[in-house]
Design a protein around this ligand. Structure first.
Ligand code: HSE
Length: 429
């Protein structure tokens, strides 16, 4: 049925890769969008840094402005879509929008992961809505399923491949035997990795996404700086070969877990059994594996970045906002005001893979095993690879608190028979 109500007016804050994708889809899918939202939707103004910029999709430049106030002060705009990225001026604009009781849809993971609490509280004061499906996993619907579909369950664990750049790099290293540096250069050539790849490869991007998912899952505000992070730059092709021999794949996982001792939230390279559904996620795809107390295992898979997948998630939020405009928001997320407690990494229990370059002579293994034993670290498997100058011990521990494992590592470094410890990777059961 055709919709005859007035169009909902959208203000687009930012118009790069994602913003131009939003503009494109609003026009291209106008009929379906109107049907889903139950009102026509139109982009009536766009804030840009420069009007004449190259964009992946054609955008109507006549509605562009470089003056933020001409959009933010326009009383005719009902919903603002923030796709500028970064925390400032995005945060100030978002607070201004919400302060005026206008709704905010954002793809900005840093904004939510750092300032979620402030934004949720501002929204509650004016009955505005804040939506951020696109901030985690690009086009994958994960925020709304976590908030609403799993609202009646208890989420015990989240394991996510939430960074496509690093998954692409690890996939190439594993498939081609290339080094980290070679795979990164290839990812940059293909446009998957930024010229400055640090936010992706050092785990910051994944940490922001995990902070958001953990806040929703554990019903407390968890910020990105509470998430432990370790990137992929020290993963070596040899480790991927060893992992494959042992029946594992190596992935940069974002892991949040509710355990007896408390909640953990961490991003690090992880050896994952090949039989785990996440082990087969290759290339620049993302996937989030959720374990609910009652529902059991769930997995969400798709494109975690890119113009149109991300724009699709944004339009899904717009549909939700428009459908419920005038009623109280579906979720006030008051839990975001409760500071989330996260276990210090020293208390988190993991299994560990470790490689030691050693002197090849009798009694070496006994000395190594002694240090582990002294620190209450139990070994699950130990193999020697290579002989003479190339002798290496490759081992996997049982589950142990990080504190004990670190103490054992310090003890091993002091042994004269241990020449170097080139690699340590956590192992997920
Ligand atoms: N840079 C991210 C990635 C996408 O590589 O997955 C945006 O969050």
């Amino acid at each position: 049925m055709a919709e005859s109500r007035d169009a909902v007016k959208i203000g687009l804050l930012g118009c790069g890769t994602i913003g131009s994708g939003v503009f494109h889809l609003v026009r291209k899918n106008a009929a379906g969008l109107t049907e889903a939202a139950r009102r026509p939707v139109e982009v009536s103004g766009i804030l840009v840094k420069a009007i004449d910029e190259a964009r992946p999709f054609e955008v109507d430049t006549s509605i562009m402005t470089t003056e933020a106030s001409s959009l933010l002060d326009d009383p005719g705009i009902d919903v603002f879509i923030e796709v500028m990225g970064g925390t400032e001026p995005a945060r100030s604009y978002a607070l201004e929008v919400l302060g005026k009781g206008r709704h905010l849809v954002t793809a900005n993971k840093e904004l939510i992961a750092r300032h979620g609490r402030e934004l949720m509280e501002a929204a509650v004061r004016t009955d505005a809505q804040v939506m951020f499906e696109a901030a985690v996993g690009g086009g994958i619907p994960i925020v709304r399923p976590m908030e609403l579909s799993l609202g009646g369950d208890v989420v015990n664990k989240i394991l996510g491949i939430v960074n496509g750049t690093t998954n692409y790099i690890l996939t190439r290293m594993s498939a081609e035997g290339s080094t980290y540096a070679e795979a990164l250069a290839e990812a940059q050539q293909l446009g998957y990795a930024e010229a400055d790849p640090s936010a992706d490869v050092e785990g910051g991007d994944a940490a922001s996404k995990l902070a958001i998912l953990s806040s929703i899952a554990f019903k407390a505000g968890i910020t990105s700086d509470q998430v432990y992070r370790e990137g992929i730059s020290r993963v070596r092709p040899e480790d991927l070969d060893n992992a494959a021999e042992l029946g594992y794949a190596v992935k940069l996982l974002a892991i949040a877990e509710r355990a007896e001792a408390g909640v953990s939230a961490r991003v690090h390279p992880t050896m994952l059994p090949r039989s785990h559904p996440l082990a087969s996620i290759s290339g620049n795809f993302n996937a989030v594996f959720v374990i609910g107390e009652s529902v059991g295992d769930l997995m969400f898979y798709g494109q975690g970045a890119g113009s149109l997948p991300t724009a699709t998630a944004i339009l899904g939020d717009v549909v939700n906002v428009v459908r419920t405009m005038g009623s109280p928001p579906a979720s006030r997320r008051s839990y975001w005001s409760r500071p989330g407690e996260v276990l210090p990494m020293e208390e988190v229990v993991s299994r560990f893979y470790m490689v030691l370059n050693v002197v090849d002579r009798p009694g070496v293994l006994a000395k190594i095993a002694g240090v582990f034993g002294d620190n209450n670290v139990s070994l699950e498997s130990v193999v020697q690879k290579g002989i003479g100058d190339g002798a290496q011990i490759v081992l996997i521990t049982h589950g142990v608190a990080e504190r004990s494992f670190r103490a054992a590592t310090e003890g091993l470094e002091k042994l004269d028979v241990v020449l170097e410890i080139p690699s340590v990777i956590r192992v997920e059961s």
